[in-house]
Design a protein around this ligand. Structure first.
Ligand SMILES: [Zn+2]
Length: 478
């Protein structure tokens, strides 16, 4: 009844025979045609970029994407499987920039031209489709390459516009000024999801600044930062009102910080005297001198009596740093909220490409990370640095080009995910997850922490947002 099994079976050969049989008999097509229209099992596949070659990760996910549709085919469902190609976005732009020797947004606009750049992108997006086809076929996955779709097809973009329009009509789209992670090289904000892709352990320059208290001789508030460049535009300081703080005399200077940080601050110092102990609340309202005087003539600084004062912040911790933190509304989510709450201005002295602009005076045109050592050295000479040292921490990088990301206040378009979060969580509870713990664990956690989703990019090769704005500020979604 059975043919004898060859004990020296050559499995790759065997697989090729099976593939040949499927091809010859059009088995995949028949598996669709033989099942009635209307008994469909709908399968949505996330399309890959054809600017890169398939790798192990694609093969693993591709196998799962094959097993489930096959199962439903065997259960009698009609399962069409159109393959798609993701054509838009940063990966393509990045490839083209490399090829043309361009570096960032400015080069594209000024040297090469946006239209030419997009044409160049269009020309390379399908570079590796043949390699993809042969790999996907060889792994014996059933998909329809003949009726493939591309995300750059006008029909596909129209469907995105339709979705956008639906969200717009439901009031779920808004333009917001928020602190985002931006890539200074790609000059664009990234979504929260993209940010999570690029955390890396790095060693950065950390500094404990000395902010001189107004009206008290040789007395300084100590504040710690791991991004010294962002301190240039510090507009205020935050303390934790419930924590204990100390005034400590070291030599002829007096320093103020959280009591719990004594050991950290006084590392290597043997002679000191604690002259006062008090709750943080007592510091609220203290006026101090800023590290630089660059902004003193800016109207929003000059006319705002709230700048360069101490505020209470419920987010301040004493497990790290000094228990006193800088408020840089332009360069951090918490900072932006603190600045808004306390009526402090948000001064943008850095452009989105990560270079200081004219507001930063002597540091203009320097890339922030490269300016840091000069900045710290300059301020050391003015006795504004308590200590500097290398600090190892996990920091987000661009998943595409590996540049360190910057927290940056910028205007972007968002989907109000938080408004529909409860519904998503309720729906997730009804989904049959395999294995169970992914749905209840990782995916549920992700939904619980979902934030509004940044969908705009300050780039060129993508689906344009169907939003039009007239000169008098009227906004229309078409
Ligand atoms: Zn980048």
């Amino acid at each position: 009844m059975f043919q004898p099994v060859n004990p020296k079976q050559n499995f790759p050969e065997l697989e090729k025979q099976i593939l040949g049989f499927w091809k010859e008999n059009q088995t995949f097509q028949k598996s669709i045609d033989q099942r009635p229209v209307g008994s469909d099992y709908i399968f949505y596949d996330g399309p890959p970029f054809a600017t890169g070659l398939p790798h192990y990760g694609h093969i693993l996910a591709g196998t799962m994407k094959d097993v489930v549709p096959r199962y439903w085919t065997m259960k009698g469902k009609r399962v069409e499987r159109r393959f798609g190609w993701d054509c838009h976005g940063l990966p393509v732009e990045y490839e083209v920039e490399k090829e043309l020797g361009l570096s960032g947004r400015k080069d594209i606009v000024e040297k090469y031209g946006v239209n030419e750049f997009c044409e160049k992108c269009r020309s390379i997006v399908l570079r590796y489709t043949n390699e993809w086809e042969s790999t996907v076929e060889r792994m014996e996955r059933w998909v329809d390459f003949k009726n493939d779709y591309k995300t750059m097809d006008p029909t596909f973009m129209e469907s995105i516009w339709w979705v956008f329009g639906q969200l717009w009509d439901k009031g779920l789209i808004y333009e917001g000024h928020k602190s985002m992670h931006v890539c200074p090289r790609c000059v664009t904000p990234l979504s929260n999801f993209e940010v999570t892709l690029g955390y890396k352990e790095v060693s950065d320059l950390s500094v404990i600044w000395k902010f001189k208290v107004v009206g008290q001789e040789n007395t300084y508030l100590l504040a710690w930062t791991t991004t010294p460049w962002s301190s240039v535009s510090t507009m205020g300081l935050s303390i934790g009102p419930e924590f204990d703080y100390v005034k400590v005399k070291v030599g002829d200077e007096t320093i103020i910080f959280a009591k719990q940080r004594l050991e950290f601050i006084l590392k290597g110092i043997e002679e000191y005297e604690i002259i006062e102990e008090f709750k943080g609340a007592k510091l609220v309202g203290t006026a101090y001198e800023h590290l630089v005087d660059f902004f003193n003539e800016l109207p929003e600084v000059k006319e705002n009596s709230k700048v360069y004062h101490v505020y209470a912040g419920d987010y301040v911790e004493v497990t790290e740093g000094t228990g006193i933190v800088t408020i840089n509304g332009a360069y951090g989510d918490i900072d932006m909220q603190a600045a808004k709450k306390n009526g402090l201005p948000i001064v943008m002295d850095v452009d989105m490409d990560g270079h200081f602009n004219a507001l930063a005076k002597t540091y203009q045109c320097l890339f922030v990370k490269e300016a840091e050592s000069k900045l710290v050295e300059d301020l050391e000479k003015e006795n504004k640095v308590w200590r500097k040292e290398r600090y190892k921490h996990s920091y987000p990088h661009c998943w595409r080009c590996d540049s360190p990301l910057l927290s940056y206040a910028t205007s972007s378009w968002f989907v109000k995910v938080e408004a529909i979060k409860d519904r998503m969580i309720a729906n997730n509870n009804q989904i049959h997850w395999v294995p169970d713990h992914v749905g209840k664990g990782r995916f549920a956690d992700w939904l619980n922490n979902a934030r509004d989703w940044c969908i705009s990019r300050n780039r060129f090769w993508g689906t344009p947002l169907p939003v039009w704005r007239s000169e008098d500020g009227e906004v229309l979604c078409v």
